[in-house]
Design a protein around this ligand. Structure first.
Ligand code: AOS
Ligand code: ZN
Ligand code: ZN
Length: 426
């Protein structure tokens, strides 16, 4: 299933959408504050979010997995699915691969498929949380932190292999997420585990090409329930500093204990030039990986507010690697990813609408009420007309989800690939 520009323009033409009138209202209202909606439209049109290869099939839970039908069975098909998202939104122009789930048989052919869809290779993800069938060492008691040097070496070598594959594909970064930790008190010597992890990360960092970045992801719990070696941003930040300049912290929204002030973490990391990557999702309880913005949209806006501030004021922080880290059990994964992209861009636009000048003055004057009003004045807008304008500008469908349904994409995929399908990976 390939969506081309004719599909999109035919769809857009049929849309008797009155968004232009609504857009004009927003333009008028915000020009009075010196905020240019046209500039925002351009920023939104440029914003690209990577899609992880493992989010394209039904992920399920340990209690079951329900196929969607038409799921991708190969890396090529995964790229085709992202191609659909990219054609519909023009904001999903990258893929984040996972090794060993996505080892390409033919690098050249895979690069061609990606290129034909306008998809770049974002961060590579290593996997030291599952033992592979032919594994010589086990990760049962840790990978980069393991007390057994052979297991550590095995995990380090895996990361080096991932870098090698990524280099061939044209990726420029490696994301390390470790499941390492302990299920019971006393199981691990915390200091030894942290030291081993630092040493292992340094050996990986050392072989990384000069133009690559290392992203270190943190997570408080799961799969281990008592302790996790890289449990929080502080630990990740410390490890990134120990590795060197091109090592950064990666924030996954689901990897925080309830009510953590994630926007403050974002601000701190950007001030220190150490925020490298971002995994979007939403959650109610833990690492639920549900649709972005479906549970705490205001928190997402506040996070974006810090991201926007950081992108403007922190030249010490590099451009970020954005990714959606979601999993799907009951929805069509592609529809959910479209909803997530929508939520990300909406929060981004709302944050771009914050009157930063007025906010700074109100902060200086300790006018607490006004500070809050300024944020809410940006948040409490229906910004979808701006998003639609950005989409029209970049050649995307003004309403991607509706276009997806009207074009019968899932039906077509089921026809091509069958009903009883299982995507490789998580
Ligand atoms: C795990 O909880 C993390 O969110 C990882 O970023 C990711 O989901 C995993 O590496 C997938 O392979
Ligand atoms: Zn993640
Ligand atoms: Zn996660």
């Amino acid at each position: 299933m390939r969506i081309n520009i004719d599909h999109i323009s035919a769809f857009n033409k049929e849309q008797e959408d009155s968004y232009i009138d609504e857009l004009d209202l927003l333009k008028n209202r915000f020009s009075k504050k010196g905020i240019s909606i046209d500039k925002i439209i351009q920023k939104v049109a440029d914003f690209q979010v990577a899609i992880p290869s493992w989010a394209l099939g039904a992920g399920g839970t340990r209690f079951g997995r329900f196929s969607y039908g038409g799921e991708p069975a190969s890396l090529e098909q995964k790229l085709d699915d992202i191609g659909v998202l990219q054609a519909l939104t023009k904001s999903a122009g990258a893929v984040s691969l996972h090794i060993p789930w996505d080892i390409p048989d033919d690098v050249k052919a895979i690069k061609e498929v990606a290129q034909s869809h306008g998809i770049a290779f974002d961060a590579m993800n290593s996997n030291t949380f599952q033992d592979q069938p032919d594994a010589k060492e086990t990760y049962k008691f840790g990978s980069l932190s393991n007390t057994d040097p052979a297991a550590r070496e095995y995990a380090i070598q895996h990361n080096k292999d991932v870098i090698k594959i990524g280099k061939e594909l044209g990726s420029k970064s490696l994301t390390v997420w470790l499941a390492d930790g302990a299920n019971f008190p006393g199981q691990n010597n915390f200091q030894r585990a942290l030291n081993n992890t630092e040493d292992s990360l340094k050996s990986i960092y050392k072989v990384m090409p000069e133009d690559w970045k290392l992203f270190i992801e943190y997570k408080p719990y799961e799969p281990n329930f008592y302790s996790t070696v890289i449990q929080d941003w502080g630990t990740s930040f410390m490890l990134a500093n120990a590795c060197g300049e091109r090592a950064y912290t990666l924030v996954d929204l689901g990897h925080h204990l309830p009510n953590t002030n994630i926007e403050q973490i974002v601000a701190t990391l950007m001030l220190k030039g150490k925020l490298g990557g971002f995994h979007f999702n939403d959650s109610k309880y833990g690492d639920d990986d549900v649709t972005v913005g479906s549970i705490k949209p205001y928190a997402l806006f506040l996070i974006f507010n810090e991201l926007v501030y950081g992108m403007k004021n922190n030249p010490q922080n590099p451009g970020l690697s954005w990714m959606i880290d979601a999993s799907h059990n009951t929805k069509d994964p592609l529809e959910d990813l479209l909803q997530s992209l929508e939520a990300i861009l909406i929060a981004y636009i709302q944050a771009l609408l914050v009157d930063q000048k007025a906010l700074s003055i109100a902060q200086q004057e300790h006018d607490v009420v006004r500070c809050q009003e300024i944020l809410q004045d940006a948040y409490r807008n229906d910004v979808r007309p701006i998003l639609k304008a950005a989409r029209e500008k970049s050649g995307a469908a003004v309403n991607p989800l509706q276009a997806y349904r009207e074009l019968g994409v899932r039906k077509e995929l089921i026809k091509e690939r069958g009903t009883k399908t299982m995507a490789t990976g998580l």
